[in-house]
Design a protein around this ligand. Structure first.
Ligand SMILES: CC(C)(COP(=O)(O)OP(=O)(O)OC[C@H]1O[C@@H](n2cnc3c(N)ncnc32)[C@H](O)[C@@H]1OP(=O)(O)O)[C@@H](O)C(=O)NCCC(=O)NCCS
Length: 183
C-alpha cells in the first residue's frame, strides 16, 4: 500500500536483507550516527538489525514506487524499491519491557523526502498497537540534528545528554541524547 507520495511501509522479510545492507553499510561505515563498530561485518550487522533471538523484534522497510523511487535504491520487488528501514523492539527485558526502542536508517539517495518521518509514524503506531507505554531512544548523537529535529517534531524530548559519550569521526567527543515520549 503506497501513499500519495508513492511511499509505503511493510514488515521486512529475509529476502530484503541485501537491500537493507545496501542502505545500512554506508551508515555503519561512516560511524557518525550509531555506536556500532564501523568495521563490523555484514553478518554482524544482520544479527544486530534483524536480531532473530529477540522475540520482541519487528523490522520494517519503507518502499518507494513510481516518482518516489530514488536513483540507486536497492532491492525491492514488483517495481518498488526499498528506501529505508526501522526496527522496533522492547528497550529492556522483564520489568522494562513495556518501553519500546526503535532505530531508523534511510538510503542516502532518498534522504529528505519524508521516508524517515513515515517510518517513525508507522513505528509509533505499531508500538501503541503492540501495547508499549512509551518509547525511548538511548543514544541519539547530538550532532545528528536531522534526526534530533525529526524526533522532537514527533513528540520526543531530550531527557538527558551524556557528555562526550560519542566519538564522532569529524566532530570529536560529542554528547549522546536520551530521548523519550509516552505513547
Ligand atoms: C535521520 C534519518 C532517519 C531521517 O530520514 P529522512 O528520510 O532523511 O527524513 P525526512 O525526509 O522524513 O525528514 C524528517 C525531518 O528531518 C529534518 N530534515 C530533513 N532534511 C534535513 C536537512 N537537510 N537538514 C536538517 N534537517 C533536515 C526536517 O526536520 C524534516 O522534517 P520535515 O518533514 O518537517 O521537513 C536519515 O537521515 C538517516 O537514516 N540518517 C542516518 C542514520 C540515522 O541517523 N538514524 C537515526 C539515528 S537516531
Amino acid at each position: 500500500m503506497f501513499d500519495a507520495e508513492g511511499l509505503g511501509v511493510r514488515l521486512a522479510t529475509d529476502a530484503d536483507w541485501p537491500a537493507l545492507w545496501a542502505i545500512m553499510a554506508p551508515v555503519v561505515r561512516a560511524g557518525e550516527t550509531y555506536c556500532w563498530d564501523t568495521g563490523m561485518s555484514e553478518a554482524q550487522a544482520r544479527a544486530e538489525w534483524l536480531a532473530p533471538a529477540d522475540p520482541s523484534m519487528h523490522v520494517y522497510v519503507a518502499e518507494a514506487t513510481g516518482s518516489a523511487t530514488g536513483e540507486g535504491g536497492a532491492g525491492g520487488g514488483a517495481g518498488a524499491v526499498v528506501v529505508g528501514t526501522a526496527q522496533l523492539h522492547a528497550n529492556r527485558a522483564g520489568g522494562g519491557s513495556h518501553v519500546a526502542n526503535a532505530s531508523f536508517m534511510v538510503a542516502g539517495e532518498a534522504a529528505g523526502r519524508g521516508v524517515g518521518r513515515l517510518l517513525a509514524r508507522h513505528v509509533l503506531a505499531q508500538a501503541r498497537e503492540q501495547g508499549y507505554r512509551a518509547m525511548q531512544f538511548n543514544a541519539v548523537v547530538e550532532t545528528n540534528t536531522r534526526a534530533v529535529r525529526l524526533w522532537e517534531s514527533l513528540g520526543f524530548r531530550v531527557l538527558a545528554t551524556i557528555p562526550g559519550a560519542f566519538r564522532h569521526p569529524r566532530e570529536g567527543f560529542v554528547g549522546l541524547h536520551v530521548m523519550f515520549r509516552d505513547l
